[in-house]
Design a protein around this ligand. Structure first.
Ligand SMILES: CC(C)(COP(=O)(O)OP(=O)(O)OC[C@H]1O[C@@H](n2cnc3c(N)ncnc32)[C@H](O)[C@@H]1OP(=O)(O)O)[C@@H](O)C(=O)NCCC(=O)NCCS
Length: 355
């Protein structure tokens, strides 16, 4: 029987950082409000396109697996903020890493990476593919109305990627569950592309908007339900879980989720303080951070879960393999950035705040 195991991983965070204190210089907010309410201290702001972030994360994952782009059978890129709609940006990454294979984007918002991981593992388990690159990459700073404090403080840019490879060992993605609740379509959205008339000014007035408290509740219910389902599918109990890698939208959502599931809080991996919510990039970035911090050990059982616009939700059980260090240190780098996070968002902030 074929299994699909993670053999490579890489992340790419743009160097410019926007702190809570920076935000307070142009909107009415404060570190005292943001940090306790969300867990966020800072977020990264990209000076390059989403595909550039994705390409660096992808190359780092390939290097960690000791592979080249030419070894890949498929590239799945999860994003809700591509730099081109046509063609997809998986093709940009493909060109940058030198792959000759199927390549496509998926949009399942913040659940996108786990959707991609599930699809990729099924491609491998069916025998269709041997090596698949799965990426989550976002530049949500482009979609924000920087005058709206309720959304501006929550999101950040970044990318993460993993390589899934076929193995005979019973490890890797043991199971996954995906769901979507269209009744929640309206409570989290960015209106871009929804105006019927492309010459209507409203069609250019797009920004992320949501009902925070409603999402908060539905996130916990959705992630909790799918987490229980996927554990049952894999014939595992919550006590078999060594580490939970949840979507990072709000630290209080994570706390409530693990407490309701009666999982020890120390088992939840939390890195939201540094990045905010990076949507589809969140979970692969968290996998990289967990590995760097020694939180992932060989043979561990990891539960990962996410929710996002749609309202999508997803959960996967991953049994980590034997290797927790990269095979090769990557030289992949972004072009240098000579601006601060505040300088990068300044033009957009001035535009939105003066309207
Ligand atoms: C957005 C979120 C942090 C708001 O927290 P909350 O405790 O629900 O706060 P509320 O929306 O009730 O706002 C409370 C007050 O703080 C104010 N406020 C909102 N954002 C603020 C900010 N950034 N800084 C300062 N004050 C803020 C509100 O205006 C409100 O003021 P009022 O009482 O005078 O009306 C929280 O609901 C959340 O995280 N929801 C999930 C959002 C999410 O994850 N979205 C993406 C999904 S992938």
């Amino acid at each position: 029987m074929q299994y699909a195991t993670i053999t490579g991983w890489g992340k790419c965070l743009p160097p410019a950082v926007l702190t809570n204190h920076d935000l307070a210089t142009f909107i009415e907010t404060s570190d005292e409000w943001i940090k306790p309410r969300t867990g966020i201290s800072q977020r990264h702001i990209s000076h390059v396109d989403t595909s550039a972030l994705a390409s660096v994360a992808a190359q780092r994952a390939l290097d960690a697996a000791g592979l080249t782009g030419a070894d890949l059978d498929m590239i799945i890129l999860a994003t809700a903020s591509p730099d081109t709609l046509i063609p997809n940006i998986a093709s940009t990454v493909q060109a940058n890493v030198g792959a000759h294979c199927a390549a496509f984007d998926i949009n399942a918002a913040c659940s996108g990476f786990l959707y991609g991981l599930g699809l990729a593992s099924s491609q491998i388990r069916s025998g269709q593919c041997q090596k698949v690159l799965v990426i989550g990459a976002e530049r949500l700073s482009f979609y924000l109305d920087w005058s709206r404090r309720e959304t501006a403080v929550l999101f950040g840019d970044g990318a993460g990627a993993v390589i899934l490879e076929a193995t005979d060992k019973a490890e890797g993605v043991l199971g996954y569950e995906l769901n979507n609740d269209p009744a929640g379509r309206e409570i989290l959205k960015a209106g871009f592309g929804t105006a019927m008339d492309r010459f209507d000014a409203a069609s250019l007035d797009f920004y992320i908007q949501f009902d925070g408290q409603e999402i908060f509740k539905r996130a916990i219910t959705g992630m909790g339900k799918l987490s229980k389902q996927v554990l049952a599918k894999c014939q595992l109990d919550k006590d078999d879980v060594d580490l939970v890698i949840p979507h990072q939208a709000n630290e209080r959502i994570i706390d409530t989720l693990v407490s309701r599931m009666k999982i020890d809080k120390d088992k939840a991996f939390v890195n939201i303080a540094n990045y905010g919510n990076t949507s589809a990039a969140t979970i692969p970035i968290a996998i990289c951070d967990a590995l760097e911090q020694g939180r992932i050990q060989p043979g561990q059982t990891i539960l990962s879960c996410a929710f996002g616009a749609g309202l999508t939700s997803a959960a996967a059980v991953i049994k980590w393999g034997s290797r927790v260090t990269p095979l090769k240190t990557s030289q992949a780098q972004l072009p240098p950035c000579d601006k601060t996070g505040l300088e990068l968002v300044k033009r957009a902030a001035d535009y939105f705040c003066k309207r």
